[in-house]
Design a protein around this ligand. Structure first.
Ligand code: GDP
Length: 365
């Protein structure tokens, strides 16, 4: 399954955030795929649509969908040269599908900062420089091989050479591979290079609890958001320590705490949803009968493969999918009324799943 890796300098709040995330998912400790790796945590995707579906089409239980976070130890300056277990950290990042880059955006004289001052952009650049240097190293090694092969009639080598030559100057200038545009052909080649700066990234500003109700109000947030925007990335503000406390509360206490802070939902929920989208994941639902349930699929998945996520038999014997959009159920309130309005669709094997689809698969056994 896909995993989002939490990355950042030491002491910026990564573990605090990871604890908050895994605590929020602690009730599902007996999840069948629960892993014994302490650095990997399953998290439930908070989704209000599930509650609404359950309200309209009650089932015995409600099952949210889940995905994985990996906590990656702090990166230090020089990591690309092997400093501070650098190579191992970079290798761990290579294994994840998206990067959640945590940056300190709170003042607290009691918490040491590795470089002695709070400067989120400098912190981000320190990490991105190490990732970029590691990529440049990989690109240069690859170039040495491909240049030779491209001299002959090797078409693939020529195509790869062109991509490497497009990437190299960007890395040399301190940029990220993700900031480049690639056509479909090039994208395939880039994927095969497993470059760190080609992974999608979400910047998470670890803001002061005082700024929780209005993260944009944090004096550090705007600059982080601007930096992210230049890469075409998103930034969100979360108060890690407060989130860790919230995650430990029961539902009533949680509601009180959030009300006192003046926020509608834990910032963690926003972080989880943003990471989910970053990974290119979407949700469809099944309803009625035993359970109301959310399922995760990759954007672009077709109906038979989505059916296969529930059970391989569903994919093998796929006949059709009966689909209504969540928004239609929400509006018309019953399946019958959705049907009456002409909004209950019958879809075949080429149907591309849409986020929020409520589906009943028909299949041969
Ligand atoms: P990591 O090295 O990035 O994993 O950082 P930790 O999660 O261990 O946090 C480093 C220190 O900063 C710990 O003492 C945390 O309690 C503290 N810390 C983390 N988040 C916050 C926060 O939002 N506000 C404040 N004031 N302290 C925090």
């Amino acid at each position: 399954s896909l995993t989002a890796g939490i990355v950042g300098l030491p002491n910026v709040g990564k573990s605090t955030l990871f604890n908050a995330i895994t605590n929020a998912g602690a009730e599902m400790a007996n999840y069948p795929f629960a892993t014994i790796d302490p650095n990997v945590g399953m998290v439930e995707v908070p989704d209000k649509r599930l509650d609404r579906i359950q309200e309209l089409i009650p089932a015995k239980k409600v099952v949210p969908t889940t995905f994985e976070f990996t906590d990656i130890a702090g990166i230090v300056k020089g990591a690309s040269k092997g400093e501070g277990l650098g190579n191992q950290f970079l290798e761990n990042i290579r294994q994840v599908d998206a990067i959640v880059h945590v940056v300190r955006a709170f003042d607290d004289d009691n918490i040491t900062h590795v470089s002695g001052k709070i400067d989120p952009i400098e912190d981000i650049e320190t990490i991105n420089l190490e990732l970029g240097l590691a990529d440049l190293d990989a690109v240069n090694k690859r170039l040495a091989k491909v240049e030779r092969a491209a001299k002959g009639s090797d078409k693939e080598a020529k195509a790869e050479l062109a991509v490497l030559q497009k990437i190299k100057p960007v890395l040399e200038a301190g940029g990220a591979v993700r900031s480049l545009d690639f056509d479909e052909e090039e994208q395939k080649i880039v994927k095969g290079l497993f470059l760190l700066t080609s992974k999608p990234v979400l910047y998470v500003a670890n803001i002061a609890e005082d700024d929780m109700a209005d993260p944009e109000h944090s004096k550090y947030f705007k600059s982080i958001q601007d930096y992210a925007a230049k890469e075409g990335a998103e930034a969100i503000g979360v108060a890690a320590e407060a989130e860790e406390e919230i995650a430990e509360l029961d539902d009533d206490e949680k509601a009180d705490f959030l009300e006192a802070e003046g926020v509608e939902e834990p910032g963690l929920n926003r972080l989880i949803r943003a990471s989910y989208h970053l990974l290119g994941l979407e949700t469809f639902f099944t309803a009625g009968g035993k359970e109301t349930r959310a399922w995760t699929y990759k954007t672009g998945t077709k109906a038979p493969q989505a059916a296969g996520i529930i059970h391989s038999d569903f994919e093998r014997g796929f006949i059709r999918a009966e689909v209504m959009a969540f928004d239609d159920l929400d509006k018309y309130k019953t399946e019958a009324a959705v049907k009456e309005a002409g909004k209950l669709r019958v879809e075949g094997k080429d149907y591309v799943m849409q986020d929020g689809d409520i589906v009943e698969f028909r299949f041969n056994v």
